[in-house]
Design a protein around this ligand. Structure first.
Ligand code: ADQ
Length: 466
């Protein structure tokens, strides 16, 4: 029996699309919240993390696996061919499932070839990962790239406990049924022992689908779904940040320098910050419209405020991501063109990523955090912004009520991200908020960010899976 010598728990095998090799932890941020979260989960179980290297080559087809052990975590990565990347990753995962699950049916592409590529790569993952899995290992599969993987592993005879966590929202049934073969996809999910969602809302949509479209027996109370004699548990596990790790970043020279740089460059103006992957689900153009509306309404406050948007490019091979970049550049250009002075530019748009240390410093220097996704499974940036605040003089978080995080961060200033008026009003409210109120809101939010952290998330999921 394979057990971790550190904890006596069964070994954990994580399977996700991308794998962040632990020594490159600093790079985790640019890949999204997933990477940092998983590293923490694997570290004290001497776990194995299997997935795509991010590289393109034909070697994955020949079964070539690159294995490395760093810092107690073994990573096993495979390359994907150009065709696999095009069909599975850019195609079905990021041009079909991602837009559909974020309620962007208008951007979703339904192509037979990419759907086949998705199934083919899931099959390849199962074929190459199965021999690495020992009898008693607990297997945890992540995210929309690998929905059918559990069923593929079962078809190879695996009897292990296998769980699945979806990092993005689960759409309403009436939207989800526009996916060709939706039923086949969801049936594969019922081969997992446990299926996790970020919030009760996404979970309820999933249970609704299982009951109404599959005719499964659903117990809403404990989240069990029974179909064809098999029972799967489906529950909500809101992901958090690695609080201990993140809050210590504030003590680093890099964070202090970043904070100083930001403060020195904005001088007496209040800085407001947005940090996102450049993705249409993050509502960045809509946010710029809200800022434009604020300046239209209160032109005399143009010298009070500078907005800094940090948005590194992401998924650049997908057309909708190229378009959003252009839209954003135009919108920022329009406002800056109309409102800049020789010594003052209202919006700074930075098209690159920063380390978590630097982000900590930028968050701390910013009296307003603007996190306004149109749809978001959770949104860890909102939690990081709160974690980076000075408890004696905290900034104000303006948060979309359509982010999963809004359910936990009810003391943020919640906004409808589609409404420029709402965003403009929230900015005014944040600028005028007295210290007492800022502190009271911060204290409630920081307690949730600290306690509902990534370690608690992992422990909750693995306890229910175990
Ligand atoms: P993402 O869509 O990537 O994650 P998010 O939760 O905000 O979104 O995580 C982003 C992570 O990347 C954060 O740690 C953040 O600091 C970092 N990051 C974002 N922009 C950055 C930038 N400009 N420079 C450097 N780092 C940056 C998906 C889902 C989310 C869910 C997470 C985790 O879409 O809803 O919260 O997975 O489950």
């Amino acid at each position: 029996m394979e057990r971790s010598p550190l904890t006596d728990n069964p070994r954990l095998v994580v399977i996700s699309n991308r794998v962040a090799v632990p020594k490159a932890r600093g790079a985790a941020g640019a890949q999204g919240g997933l990477a940092g979260a998983l590293h923490a989960a694997l570290k004290d179980r001497e776990g194995l993390w299997f997935g795509w290297s991010g590289e393109e080559s034909e070697s994955g087809r020949t079964g070539n696996i690159d294995t490395q052990t760093n810092d107690g975590v073994t990573t096993a990565t495979i390359d994907l061919s150009q065709r696999d990347i095009e069909e599975y990753y850019n195609g079905y995962a990021n041009s079909t499932l991602w837009p559909l699950f974020h309620d962007r049916l208008d951007l979703a592409k339904f192509e037979r070839e990419t759907a086949k590529g998705y199934e083919r790569v899931n099959e390849r993952f199962a074929e190459l990962a199965a021999p690495l899995i020992e009898d008693d290992d607990v297997v945890w599969v992540h995210d929309y790239h690998l929905i059918p993987l559990g069923e593929r592993l079962r078809s190879r005879g695996l009897k292990n406990r296998i769980g699945f966590f979806l990092h993005i929202p689960w759409p309403a049934t009436r939207l989800f049924v526009s996916l060709p073969y939706h039923e086949r996809l969801v049936r594969t999910m019922l081969h997992y022992d446990l299926v996790g969602f970020q919030t009760r809302e996404w979970l309820d949509s999933f249970l609704h689908y299982c009951r109404t479209e599959l005719g499964a027996q659903v117990d809403e109370e404990n989240g069990s779904v029974t179909l064809d004699g098999r029972t799967t548990l489906a529950r909500a596990y809101p992901i958090g940040i690695d609080w201990d790790h993140f809050s210590k970043l504030g003590e680093t020279g890099e964070a202090r320098n970043a904070q100083q740089r930001m403060m020195a460059s904005t001088r007496r103006r209040i800085s407001m910050i947005g940090v996102d992957r450049l993705d249409y689900s993050k509502g960045i153009p809509e946010r710029i419209d809200g800022i434009g509306r604020f300046f239209d309404r209160e032109p005399e406050r143009i010298r009070d405020l500078v907005f800094v948007q940090i948005a590194p490019p992401s998924r650049e091979d997908v057309q909708s991501y190229q378009e959003i970049r252009e839209t954003l550049e135009q919108k920022c250009g329009q406002i800056n063109g109309a409102r800049s002075e020789v010594d003052m530019v209202p919006i700074r748009y930075v098209n690159r990523g920063y380390s978590h240390e630097e982000l900590f410093g930028f968050f701390r220097a910013s009296k307003i955090g603007l996190v306004t996704p149109l749809r978001d499974g959770m949104n860890l940036v909102a939690k990081e912004y709160v974690a980076a605040q000075d408890p004696e003089d905290p900034g104000v978080l303006i948060l979309s009520s359509f982010a999963g995080a809004a359910l936990q961060l009810q003391d943020a200033v919640l906004v409808n991200p589609h409404s420029p008026d709402d965003i403009a009003h929230a900015i005014r409210k944040a600028l005028d908020m007295p210290l007492d109120e800022r502190k009271a809101r911060y204290e409630k939010m920081v307690a949730s960010v600290r306690d509902d952290n990534v370690q608690a998330w992992t422990a909750d999921f693995l306890r229910d899976l175990g």
